[in-house]
Design a binder for this molecule. Structure first.
Ligand code: 5RP
Length: 222
């Protein structure tokens, strides 16, 4: 079985009746959502809060009851993927472009569970270019300011046009090679006018569910 699928499916064991559950975005948490939908059909009573339009469509199509983020005060659990995870449980997210909604949903979750395959578990963050969501207005200026932090930002494109997030913004993919202090960089980036949010998730993840090539799952708890 695929290591993303193993991790994604394992995560449903953390979901209990009555929970409000944040539903992440991407090809690993896809398997969680599919498995959750099966449990819902068998009577599991949960409500999901999607982190992207694509997850919203998927969950709706599969019959998972959804509620709006604005209608809840907290979530019991969010399950989401990641692009990189380090041993301190710091993350790079946003490879799929959903980082803003993902961070908003994670920020009010009692527990954030991350599903990954073992290739995502790294010693240092930064080999994966850090996604930064920015407003389109004056984006070149924002890009220049970000480049002064030691990276070479690339405007994410889709079919020869800028990639547009669910929030109508652009994404700059910022290759830092090695991020020395994710905590500091997270704050520094978010202080730049024009930056909406960045893909560093620091002090947020509680549990990592990691699938490996030999078909086993490793659970890491903070
Ligand atoms: C989307 C994300 C995803 O969770 C991240 O990119 C991992 O995706 P995948 O599970 O497809 O590898 O942050 O914005």
């Amino acid at each position: 079985m695929d290591s993303k699928q193993i991790a994604g499916e394992k995560a449903v064991e953390y979901v209990q009746d009555g929970m409000l559950v944040g539903l992440g975005t991407g090809s690993t948490v896809y398997w969680t959502i599919v498995a959750l939908a099966e449990l819902v059909k068998k009577g599991l009573d949960i409500k999901g809060v999607p982190t992207s339009k694509s997850t919203e469509t998927l969950a709706e199509d599969l019959g998972i009851p959804l509620v709006n983020l604005s209608s809840v005060n907290h979530l019991d659990l969010t399950i989401d993927g990641a692009d990189e995870v380090n041993p301190k449980f710091e993350l790079i997210k946003g490879g799929g472009g959903a980082l803003l909604r993902e961070k908003m949903v994670a920020s009010i979750s009692q527990r954030l569970l991350i599903v990954i395959d073992e290739s995502k578990y790294v010693r240092h963050l930064g080999a994966f270019p850090l996604p930064v969501e920015i407003v389109p207005f004056g984006w070149e200026m924002t890009s220049k300011q970000i480049s002064r932090l030691g990276c070479n930002p690339t405007l994410r494109a889709k079919e020869n046009s800028p990639f547009i997030t669910d929030n109508g913004n652009y994404i700059l993919d910022c290759y830092f090679e090695k991020i020395q202090s994710p905590y500091k960089l997270n704050h520094t980036l978010n202080m730049i006018p024009g930056v909406v949010e960045n893909g560093l998730f620091v002090h947020m993840a509680d549990t990592i569910v990691m699938g490996n090539r030999s078909g086993n799952v490793e659970i890491l708890n903070k």
